[in-house]
Ligand binder design. Sequence first.
Ligand code: ATP
Ligand code: MG
Length: 217
Amino acid sequence: MAVITVAQPKGGPGKSTIALLLGLTFSADCKVVLLDADPNQPLMTWAEGTDIGSNLQVVEVQNKRDISAVIQQAAAQAEMVIVDTEGIADLRILTAINVSDLVVIPCQGSILDQQSAVDLIQAIRNQKHEPPHAVVMNRTSAAIRPKDLTTTIDQFKAYGIAVLETEVMERSAFRSLFSFGTTFSGLSKEGVTGVDRAIENAKALAHEVRSILQCQR
Ligand SMILES: Nc1ncnc2c1ncn2[C@@H]1O[C@H](COP(=O)(O)OP(=O)(O)OP(=O)(O)O)[C@@H](O)[C@H]1O
Ligand SMILES: [Mg+2]
């Protein structure tokens, strides 16, 4: 059993997208609970009316004060618990972070994303038992490597912050999961293109996350 929290105090770097990609990919071979701890309920809304399969469950965290109890309950039913959090600086999130086996911090290649990631990482590093954490670069392009992306990655590394090898690419298929309220298999029926490459990217991310979790054991 492993708990992964996806966190970044800044709005919009891709927390819900990455939580969903991990949830969908891991649920191909194990039981997963996705905890929606964002009052805007992006994952609860996504799951409404969607055939998400028997291995995946999306559960709302009604009160963030209860988050560790909700995580414990979920952990009793699933091999993987993934927590999607709100894009605000909220210290209650540390309760989830402190019971996590890995904190995944999505970041786009910009100084604003970088600064808020570093703020969160400083808070994580101030915890008694520093929970394992890593940044994942999101919305990157294979064709273009803007200077602010490479600078952001270099600066994380200079601060001794782990950055996942796998980047999540900018892909309309990832947006479409939410737009059409569907899983990867439903995307092709909607005529969305690039689904195979999107699945491959999500699998590479899940594979790297799983190997980090295994290394910790
Ligand atoms: N890799 C990607 N490719 C294409 N679109 C993406 C990608 N990642 C995120 N997006 C889009 O960017 C927007 C913000 O993403 P998302 O909602 O996942 O961010 P968030 O960090 O959860 O935001 P919030 O802080 O509001 O919770 C959404 O429209 C989403 O579809
Ligand atoms: Mg979100």
